[in-house]
Design a protein around this ligand. Structure first.
Ligand SMILES: Nc1nc2c(ncn2[C@@H]2O[C@H](COP(=O)(O)OP(=O)(O)O)[C@@H](O)[C@H]2O)c(=O)[nH]1
Ligand SMILES: [Mg+2]
Length: 400
């Protein structure tokens, strides 16, 4: 039986519409695009193109280069400032760490020779020490985390921890039942800068095994921080899983109510509480957008973390128990601390440092870079694109 023409047209239109929708769902989304808000049909107001598509050069102003002084390792009169490359790592990760050290030495540290300090809750093996030191002319130090910084605090109820961990696991929160992951997050949140081996250092650059660096950086990054009195530098800005931090923002609000003068007048509250880019995230995290500096890369001023505001904030969070009863990460904790107590003009996006920790990238368009695709933000499934919080950061804070 012949199908009437209008029906044929309708069927064809439906097929075209379905194909179009499938294409839209599968295509790689524009990095800086509309908000994923289902409740809002208005475009996300903010930056419309990924700044990494534009050519990236070196930052402006005076930069310290190898030609500005004698950066040989061990030269106490070098222009180096008091800073170190730091890495918390397990002995078993040695072979994932070596290529990372090699990358960072090749692109940067072989020029400036800042010391490396490795941290571990266990003693490092002789093999670990030998193979890491062999990758750099700079001095390497091997430090154990003090027991009292790593152990679960006495006020944590372990039965409650196990129960909560199980619930989080059922919600698909990775590592929620792995106690060492909670210990690591807590240490990175509020204890690393209290380690005796770091007491005489001001700046740190955090490095994790398996991360990659792609671009030659020809200036002393730590002097860059010092000369501009910067507090913190990052490469990637991401959303977090709200289920891992439901009470982090409510606890933060309690802390702020008790300490209203701690809030920096130039804070980043609008970024922390953005409810436009991913409203359902902000709602699920009880008012926090979950946007954070991805802390597997960070270059920071420990004076900020050791300062009155952040120290008191960490103390409050630590007592609240969320490092164990939930799975608070050091990334949201550092980020909220910075967003509230630091001056937003003292936080810097190191757009020129090509970086990858699986699965996200910071890959600038620059002849100094190789091995990554310029402006490609992630590798893997297309849904990863929506974890990008840079549009919100650029909108509320800027691209500096
Ligand atoms: N020494 C030590 N390092 C750890 C432990 N757990 C994690 N780390 C380190 O902490 C960092 C973050 O851990 P990782 O497994 O990469 O977490 P992810 O990046 O969130 O998947 C890495 O540098 C790890 O080497 C631990 O129990 N002991
Ligand atoms: Mg990692």
């Amino acid at each position: 039986m012949a199908v009437a023409r209008p029906i044929r047209m309708l069927a064809a239109s439906c097929i075209i519409l379905v194909l179009f929708l499938i294409f839209q769902m599968n295509k790689t989304p524009a990095l800086i695009s509309k908000g994923s808000s289902s409740s809002s049909s208005t475009p996300y107001e903010g930056i419309t193109s990924d700044p990494l598509k534009d050519p990236t050069g070196e930052p402006e102003g005076k930069l310290w280069r190898v030609t500005d002084g004698d950066y040989s390792p061990g030269n106490s009169k070098s222009p180096r400032t008091n800073a170190a490359l730091i890495s918390l790592v397990r002995n078993e990760e040695l072979h994932e760490l070596i290529p990372t050290i090699r990358d960072l030495e090749r692109t940067w540290n072989s020029k400036f020779n800042y010391p490396w300090i490795f941290f571990n809750d266990q003693p490092f093996t002789e093999e670990f020490k030998k193979l890491t030191q062999a990758e750099t002319k700079a001095k390497c130090y091997y430090e154990q985390v003090p027991k009292e910084h790593w152990e679960v605090p006495e006020w944590i109820d372990m039965d409650l921890f196990r129960e909560s961990a199980q619930l989080l696991k059922e919600k698909g929160i990775q590592y929620s039942d792995k106690i060492s992951y909670h210990q690591m997050c807590r240490w990175n949140s509020g204890l690393f800068y209290q380690h005796p081996a770091l007491q005489n250092y001001r700046y740190y650059w955090r490095v994790e095994p398996k991360v990659k660096f792609f671009c030659d950086v020809d200036y002393d990054v730590f002097r860059y921080m010092e000369d501009r009195n910067l507090t913190y530098g990052f490469t990637i800005n991401l959303f977090d899983a709200p289920e891992s931090i439901p009470s982090l923002w409510p606890e933060t609000k309690k802390f702020l109510a008790a300490n209203p003068t701690y809030l920096n007048k130039n804070n980043m509250m609008n970024w922390l509480t953005d409810d436009q880019l991913r409203p359902e995230h902000t709602e699920a995290a009880n008012g926090y957008s979950t946007c954070h500096f991805w802390s597997n890369f960070e270059i920071g001023d420990m004076e900020f973390f050791r300062g009155e505001q952040y120290s008191a904030y960490f103390e409050h969070l630590d007592r609240a128990g969320g490092f164990y009863y939930e799975r608070w990460g050091d990334a949201p904790v550092h980020s909220i601390g910075l967003g509230l107590f630091a001056d937003k003009n003292k936080v810097h996006w190191f757009r020129d440092i090509g970086y990858n920790h699986i699965p996200y990238y910071n890959c600038p368009t620059s002849p100094k870079c190789s091995g990554c695709t310029p402006a490609k933000f992630y590798a893997g499934e297309p849904w990863l694109a929506k974890e990008d919080c840079r549009p919100s950061y650029f909108k509320h804070v800027g691209t500096h």
